[in-house]
Design a protein. Structure first.
Length: 268
């Protein structure tokens, strides 16, 4: 492995470009996004994501496994760059970085690209606004064994650095599709997948509904909940009972509750 180029100047063009990639427009124009953190980069490499560049700063390392990860990235074709402590602090978006930051290519997956089992278990989320919530939702979908996550009418970019961070790199392992709600609903119907939509106005409690078989759990935005389209077209509306004064849950928490009830039923 060739010795990495060393960068110390905060005015270096590569440093400036990494800072720009925090914003969506430069990311989309370049067709790439940022992946920060040992665990996230490791998961990207495990899924054979072709990382283009990896930037590292030994002054920020937290353990002893970083050199092996860098060697793995280099052998997979990534170009390595060593940054000074100050230069890495400028490009990192975490409060306490661990000295590893990669540039990965964006991808686009279509509904028909999904390879589903006989009784798929899907999560559909509509207009999620907060990157941290979307990342947590992806992580939860992975933990619950969802076969795919479909993001409808997105408000936040799936390649936002905080989505990657909150997902702990699961963004690379859960099949993810971005599509319009009407197309998703039509596709699910054609596939014979039943849709269960969560809404506080539903009469049925989520745990009283059969969540086995081909299923798509549909969750709405933090502020407005599900749109009228999904409330009208979903097969079964359900609610999570609330015992206190709060009339709603954080969308990521509500997703976890519903997905793991489905998982419990599907394992019986």
């Amino acid at each position: 492995m060739d010795a990495p180029e060393k960068i110390s100047s905060l005015q270096n063009p590569r440093v400036k470009q990494l800072v720009k990639l925090r914003d969506r427009r430069p990311r989309d124009e370049a067709g790439v996004f940022l992946v920060e953190g040992y665990r996230e980069i490791r998961r990207a490499l495990e899924k054979r994501v072709a990382l283009r560049e990896v930037y590292f700063s030994p002054d920020w390392f937290l353990g002893e496994n970083e050199p092996a990860l860098l060697a793995q990235a280099a052998s997979a074709g990534a170009q390595l760059f060593e940054l000074s402590k100050d230069a890495f602090a400028k490009v990192a978006y975490r409060e306490r970085p661990d000295g590893l930051l990669a540039v990965a290519p964006q991808w686009s997956r279509k509904l028909d690209d999904l390879v589903l089992p006989t009784a798929p278990f899907l999560l559909v989320v509509e207009a999620i606004e907060k990157p941290g919530n979307l990342g947590t939702i992806l992580r939860s979908a992975d933990a619950a064994g969802c076969d795919a996550v479909i993001v409808c009418d997105p408000v936040t970019d799936i390649f936002n650095p905080n989505v990657v961070r909150a997902s702990t790199g699961v963004l690379f392992s859960v099949p993810l599709v971005v599509e319009e709600s009407a197309r998703v609903q039509g596709w699910l119907m054609a596939k014979g997948v039943r849709t269960v939509a969560t809404t506080p106005a539903a009469e049925k409690i989520y745990s009283d509904v059969d969540l086995r078989g081909p299923l798509a759990v549909v969750m709405g935005s933090e502020q407005y909940g599900l749109s009228e389209f999904w409330l009208t077209h979903a097969d079964v509306p359900v609610r999570i009972p609330m015992a206190g004064q709060a009339d709603s849950l954080n969308v990521a928490m509500a997703t976890i509750i519903t997905l793991f009830e489905a998982l419990r039923q599907r394992r019986l």
